[in-house]
Design a protein around this ligand. Structure first.
Ligand SMILES: Cc1cc2nc3c(=O)[nH]c(=O)nc-3n(C[C@H](O)[C@H](O)[C@H](O)COP(=O)(O)OP(=O)(O)OC[C@H]3O[C@@H](n4cnc5c(N)ncnc54)[C@H](O)[C@@H]3O)c2cc1C
Length: 463
């Protein structure tokens, strides 16, 4: 009699969720296949540093094969660099970009999210978002290239759109980008050009809601806004973007109604902001693999296209398929004593890592015929940095409750937290040295852009 076959677990995506799932399963008697379309694990929280020339790519990313070298030694892990183009949940296989079918007994889908332009996909070409290393290189080339183009303009008026940078969306990424771009203009490049004075650069941060960092408590949002203003960032809240093209952004704002005026009588004002460099940090949509699961397994999707999962992170009617991380729409009771009301699990890296470990435990429970456990998210709080020496920190401390602070101390906390969570010792050391240097000198080492000035935008040189 042949020995029983080892269960095959396929994991799609080696971001925070997929990596945690592989690590949690690697010691078990299962055959794991990890599929990612890139060859690297990316630490997205520091990606804005690559986009703003502060760090180079190897400081925030590491080859998957190197990251998982210890797990590879156990002999039950296969890593494939391929794009998953389809999932057939009932037939239990995923399809790869070359048409190959990869069978599984258990599937964990951790394919993350992408940008959403709220139905205006044509804006993407003018306002790139930040999600992958390729996005970061593209943004970096545009930002650095804009100063070069401004220097070429003979007429001061022609320089203005090149020296106006617009960031749309004031969540953590938008705030980080705007603050850092302003510092580049004010300090890093200040004495490097002849015709232009980069200190006259405008960085405009546009936000639809009434405050920056809407995920934080209002007092920290207010502190962040003050800090941004100190950095010369022009913050415009309550503004809805209605158009983006090669020459700028159109948006509308509502003026407050006059005292005693009828409710809802605020006037809508249209604005036009000429700019050659627009960054999109406003919308997130789940990976298209969510739609593949809806088609093959009847999975329900939420408004952002995320897959609605059961409390144990599996799909309703398909217990052998789990969805985790930014692709999952999961609810969780808080951890600790007392259950509290279930809340949506936020799209952050601790959420993805915790889901990866929980999904792996539940796969093993199913294999061993045990009951699965509901996922319980441990929320440790929120951090965001604003430029090189300010941040806001909102920590959930057991017993003490919320611990909130801002300013330089918050920035130090943010810095060490991010360095601690970076993948691999080499990266931590790199980043620490680069930041220490940049802190004292304002220099940004990763300013070398490979493509010629015209290539990043796909436009033609001005003759
Ligand atoms: C710019 C930025 C800044 C952020 N800052 C913070 C922060 O400060 N703190 C925080 O907690 N969170 C932050 N986040 C959010 C955090 O990075 C995500 O919540 C987290 O990465 C989600 O993990 P994941 O495993 O679900 O997806 P991801 O980490 O996005 O990984 C998805 C993986 O799947 C692969 N993939 C996708 N589609 C396919 C396919 N079809 N076939 C094969 N492979 C595929 C991708 O290549 C990728 O490796 C930030 C995100 C961004 C974009």
């Amino acid at each position: 009699m042949s020995p029983p076959r080892v269960p095959r677990v396929v994991i799609v995506g080696c971001g925070f969720g997929g990596l945690a799932a592989v690590r949690a399963l690697s010691k078990a008697a299962v055959e794991i296949t990890l599929v990612d379309r890139t060859n690297h694990h990316l630490f997205q929280p520091l990606l804005y540093q690559v986009a703003t020339a502060g760090l180079s790519a190897p400081a925030v990313s590491a080859p998957i094969r190197h990251t998982l070298r210890k797990e590879m030694k156990r002999g039950n892990l296969t890593i494939l660099q391929a794009e998953v183009t389809g999932i057939d949940a009932p037939a239990r296989h995923v399809t790869l970009d070359d048409g190959q079918a990869l069978p599984f007994d258990h599937l964990i889908v951790a394919a993350g999210a992408t940008h959403s332009y709220f139905g205006h996909d044509d804006w993407a070409v003018h306002a790139p978002g930040l999600k992958t290393l390729a996005d970061a290189f593209n943004i970096r080339a545009r930002v650095i290239g804009a100063f070069e183009r401004a220097e070429r303009c003979a007429e001061p008026a022609a320089r203005e759109p090149w020296l106006t940078f617009v960031v749309i969306g004031a969540g953590p990424t938008g705030v980080e980008m705007a603050g850092t771009m302003s510092e580049i203009a004010q300090h890093t490049l200040a004495r490097e050009f002849r015709r232009i004075d980069t200190r006259h650069t405008r960085v405009v941060l546009i936000e639809g809601s009434d405050r920056v960092l809407g995920g934080f408590v209002p007092s920290l949002s207010a502190k962040a806004q003050t800090q941004l203003r100190k950095l010369n960032v022009d913050v415009r809240v309550g503004c809805k973007v209605t158009g983006i093209d090669a020459d700028g952004v159109t948006y509308e704002s509502r003026s407050s109604p006059a005292p005693g005026a009828v409710e809802g009588s605020a006037a809508v004002q249209q604005h036009r902001l000429p700019s050659k460099t627009v960054i999109w940090a406003a919308g997130v949509a789940a990976s298209p693999l969510g739609r593949a699961l809806a088609a093959s397994a009847g999975a329900a999707l939420d408004r952002a296209g995320r897959v609605v999962v059961q409390p144990d992170l599996s799909l309703a009617g398909h217990p052998h398929v789990s969805v985790i991380g930014d692709l999952a729409s999961a609810m969780s009771h808080p951890r600790g004593p007392g259950r509290g009301e279930p809340k949506p699990v936020p799209g952050v890296s601790p959420g993805a890592k915790q889901m990866g470990r929980a999904a792996a435990r539940n796969v093993l429970a199913r294999i061993q015929g045990r009951a699965t456990e509901p996922f319980r998210y441990a929320d440790y709080g929120n951090l965001a940095t604003i430029g090189r020496k300010a941040a806001v920190v909102d920590l959930a401390v057991p017993v003490f409750g919320a611990l909130r602070f801002s300013g330089f101390l918050a920035w130090l906390f943010w810095l060490f937290a991010h360095i601690y969570f970076l993948i691999g010792f080499r990266n931590r050391l790199y980043v620490l040295i680069d930041w220490a240097w940049a802190y004292w000198t304002y220099e940004r080492h990763a300013r070398v852009v490979a493509q010629p000035a015209t290539a990043a935008r796909g436009d033609r040189p001005a003759l």
